[in-house]
Design a protein around this ligand. Structure first.
Ligand code: NDP
Length: 243
């Protein structure tokens, strides 16, 4: 199982959950963290970390190929690596827009392309059969948010890729879905001001920001056998803020 961007936040929580479920798990990030080094020390036989920048097609392809070779095949990819850049579009520097698109959208496309070369090679007798691709998008891609136009475009793009790819590979038993979280308590949301946090909490029916642990069970479900007939969908996990 591959989770991109598993060095902290949601990706790290997913890595831990999948290791607990008994999978061989590979992840990448631009640099390791203490948590990743601890996992290598404790689970080195089932956990692989590689420095790779998902925005670089060569690096992400090499990482996916290395992960599949190390694990003796590939069953699932979770496209989780992502960045956020805030600023109104009229003044957001072009370099920030390019980095967002390259990392969030092109990174997910390239990782999916690389993963498909392995998923499509899985023998029909493999257990579990088929394969899974899960894209971590965002409700921002569906609802928009002032100051996040370019980020929203990348996340809406991931949802579009999900629907199209589901059609391309469904006959091969490979499902492709998105999970769209609302605001999560991770490093990414640490730049929210106290006022923004209060406003989000007031607008959220469940009255709090989400956590990685709120999203992990949904990804687990989509990776598991109970979700075998679900594809091309975006599952929203946002405490109701978008309802
Ligand atoms: P974090 O910033 O906490 O973690 C992001 C992870 O992605 C890190 O491991 C980071 O490692 C890695 N990463 C970032 N850029 C790259 C890159 N170019 N190549 C490889 N790895 C990279 O984010 P979250 O855990 O909060 O977010 C995870 C996903 O969930 C993202 O796709 C995000 O857009 C989405 N999301 C988050 C929400 C939130 O409120 N936090 C809400 C909705 C969706 P490193 O920096 O070392 O590369």
């Amino acid at each position: 199982m591959i989770v991109t961007g598993g060095s902290r936040g949601l990706g790290l929580a997913l890595v831990r959950a999948l290791l607990a479920d008994g999978w061989r798990v590979s992840t990448c990030a631009r640099s390791p963290t203490a948590e990743v080094e601890d996992l290598v020390a404790r689970h080195g036989d089932r956990f692989l970390f590689q420095v790779a920048q998902v925005g670089d097609a060569g690096q992400v392809t090499a990482f996916v190929d290395a992960a599949a070779a190390w694990a003796g095949g590939l069953y699932g990819l979770v496209n989780n690596a992502g960045i956020a850049r805030e600023g109104i579009l009229a003044t957001l520097p072009q370099v920030e827009i390019d980095t967002l698109i390259q990392t969030n959208l092109n990174g997910a496309i390239q990782a999916a392309r690389a993963a498909l070369r392995h998923l499509l090679r899985r023998p029909a007798t493999a257990i579990p059969a088929g394969g899974r691709i899960i894209n971590i998008s965002s409700i921002i891609g569906q609802r928009g948010y002032t100051g996040l136009a370019a980020y929203a475009a990348t996340k809406a793009g991931m949802d579009g890729m999900t629907r199209a790819l589901a059609r391309e590979v469904g006959r091969r038993g490979i499902t492709v879905n998105s999970v769209a979280p609302g605001y999560l308590e991770t490093e990414m949301s640490s730049t929210l001001s106290a006022g923004q946090r209060d406003q989000i909490i007031r607008r959220t029916p469940l009255g709090r920001l989400g956590t990685a642990e709120d999203v992990v069970p949904v990804v687990r479900f989509l990776l598991g056998p109970s979700a075998a007939y679900i594809t091309g969908q975006t599952l929203v996990v946002d405490g109701g803020i978008s309802c």
